[in-house]
Design a binder for this molecule. Structure first.
Ligand SMILES: Nc1ncnc2c1ncn2[C@@H]1O[C@H](COP(=O)(O)OP(=O)(O)OP(=O)(O)O)[C@@H](O)[C@H]1O
Length: 307
């Protein structure tokens, strides 16, 4: 016990004298974790890691007084940051919007997709296949992990609350029906509403694609808890919009594969950013090891003095 106190005092004085540096490191780690969490996809993780490596190299070369190298690296970091801001404009926009609304904790909310019976996806895919073959335009918003904030819709459309079925979806999108204009909103196994008007994206995916596709991009840019299925009236092509990006053209079997994937528990994100609890435990273990390394070894009795 008596050997413990000097270590303890030493640790406290070391922590106090380095508190600013520790807070600094902690905040940087938190920032990196937040970025990885928001980006959240394995394919983009490498880009973020690349940028972090560049930043570290720039700082090290600056410290070592390598003027030319640090100048070049600094410019590279700025260029890469601007390029990344451009690539992730949707994520940045959502981040800034949530920050502005004071919904910071929302950024860390990551639910698991609500379980969806297989036959719901089958009914949707069968309907999409036929709509595509008949070149009937269609637009469907599918809620994924948590409740979609329908206030984002420009017009709420007409409330239906009917069970999802291939026949109902096909009927709604027949050009002669009153409800065919606009989008259908699907939550779980129910069609909540039809004739919904969605916000448009400022971007255009391609000159061949009209406002239906821009509406799908627009809503998935603003909400990350929904997907959009689009059938083009002109070409019959099938697309899936997610986080403002269009995946197209798809076959109906590819669409089914993607929907099955999206509605199964997300494993990918977990591997990119470990849960805060797990991260806390890891940091705790590493901190404890460091503490032992610095303080126990420094006060460990010298074997030569034993006698
Ligand atoms: N903001 C919107 N929200 C929901 N549905 C929309 C919106 N804008 C357009 N639509 C739907 O898309 C339909 C077709 O629009 P438009 O003629 O501009 O596109 P299009 O050229 O047929 O598009 P696409 O090739 O993308 O199907 C509209 O009749 C409407 O049903």
């Amino acid at each position: 016990m008596s050997g413990f106190f000097p270590d303890h005092r030493l640790l406290i004085s070391w922590l106090i004298s380095n508190s600013t540096a520790l807070i600094d490191i902690g905040l940087v780690l938190f920032l990196v974790y937040t970025i990885l969490f928001i980006v959240g996809e394995r394919r983009t993780l490498w880009m973020v890691r690349g940028l972090i490596i560049l930043m570290l190299a720039s700082v090290i070369s600056q410290r070592l007084g390598m003027v030319l190298l640090s100048f070049v690296l600094e410019k590279l970091v700025i260029g890469s940051s601007v390029a990344m801001a451009f690539v992730y404009q949707t994520e940045f926009r959502r981040f800034l919007e949530q920050l502005g609304r004071g919904q910071i904790l929302q950024l860390f909310k990551r639910g698991t997709p609500s379980p969806r019976p297989d036959n719901v996806i089958d009914e949707i895919v069968d309907a999409v296949k036929e709509l595509s073959q008949n070149r009937t335009g269609a637009l469907m918003v599918l809620e994924t992990v948590s409740s979609v904030d329908t206030r984002v819709f420009i017009n709420q459309g007409v409330s239906l609350n009917g069970e999802v079925s291939k026949e109902l979806i096909q009927t709604i999108f027949q050009p002669k029906t009153l409800l065919h204009d606009g989008a259908v909103f699907i939550r779980g196994a129910r069609i909540i509403s039809a004739g919904v008007i969605l916000p448009l994206s400022d971007r255009t995916a391609s000159r061949q694609l009209g406002t239906r596709h821009r509406a799908a991009m627009g809503i998935t840019e603003r909400l990350d808890n929904c997907l959009c299925i689009i059938v083009s009236e002109e070409t019959g092509s099938i697309s899936l919009a997610e986080r403002g990006l269009l995946n197209r053209p798809l076959t109906s079997s590819k669409l089914k594969e993607l929907l099955d994937e999206r509605f199964s528990p997300a494993v990918e994100r977990e591997t990119v950013t470990p849960s805060l609890g797990r991260l806390g435990r890891t940091i705790g273990i590493q901190g404890h090891n460091l503490y032992k390394l610095f303080f126990r070894t420094s006060s460990a009795p010298n074997p030569k003095n034993k006698k």
